[in-house]
Design a protein around this ligand. Sequence first.
Ligand code: PHE
Length: 357
Amino acid sequence: MALSQFLSELEALVTAAESAFQSAADAAALETARIEYLGAKSGRIKTVQKGLGGIDKTDKPVAGQRFNEVKARIESAFSAAQERCQNATAAAAVKAVSRKAEKSDAVIPPGAFDPSESPPGCRLHLGRLHPITQTIETLKEIMGRLGFSVADGPEIEDEWHNFQALNIPASHPARDPLENFYLSMAEETSGAGPMLLRSQTSTVQIRVMENRRPPVRIIALGRVYRPDTADATHFPMFHQIEGLLVDRQVTMADLKSVLRMFAMSYFGGEVHIRFRPSFFPFTEPSVEVDMQWHDRWIEMGGAGMVDPNVLRAVGYDPEEFSGFAFGIGIERVCMRRHNLTDIRELYKNDVRFLEQF
Ligand code: PHE
């Protein structure tokens, strides 16, 4: 092959390759161009290189040098195009993400598919709060009017707050591992010995009194856990409302009045309260509380005067202060008011049941 022909083929090749790389719109187009020009087996640069073999010996150095220059130019045109495509891809990704974000709070344009829209003639389905959440809100409101503020405590507790400070000794059957959900948590992790899911909201009494001086007037509402088999009246997780009032000269009469006001506000109308003697380690005396509504007596929970040992455990002087406490099952009052007979209904999440509240 004549040198002049070889050089002009090289010229044509570099012009075509540079323009192909520059005009590649994206990474896929660039890859197609790369294979066409720089492909290891049958790329056009390889084809031209083969022509070198037919060049006269005397012309070979010139031809070879020119070939190397052209090859370097084509390779650098490819690198530049590659960089351009990578930047474009990154920018497009950013744009796509921000477009998505814009779309998600954009108003749905007229005529577009709106999944929240009911077909014509169909009832509009609105969500609502779970009946237990509704009950909790109502109870907070009622007790708030009686001057009780809401206190909170952890659901994972140590033995001091769940038992010991509540005057429940280590030998008490309530502390049996089979009666509680103990956690297999390393003692170093908890820093406070064995931990369990709280079995009662009375834990919050201790947590509040440890951090406050009387007068104390709080309620605590939340989940408690006991390894009971689920049946119509038991569930391994349920809710309690705990009440605690500590001040000077508090008596059982105050307890009864507060519970009566509470019951009358929640159920509506005249509600009678009945105390039956009972025992709780953290109250003395202790009672079971029944409420009479619609001619039926219903057991609502436990109550009593805070035991002097509990007051001492939190650093209160039992000669100076006295108080009452009560613990009532939230499911129980909710079920009573709505005439439910099976606690499990509350936790099946069947919309046909839940939407009745
Ligand atoms: N914590 C008791 C229970 O879960 C209820 C209770 C609370 C009793 C406060 C007395 C005083 O059964």
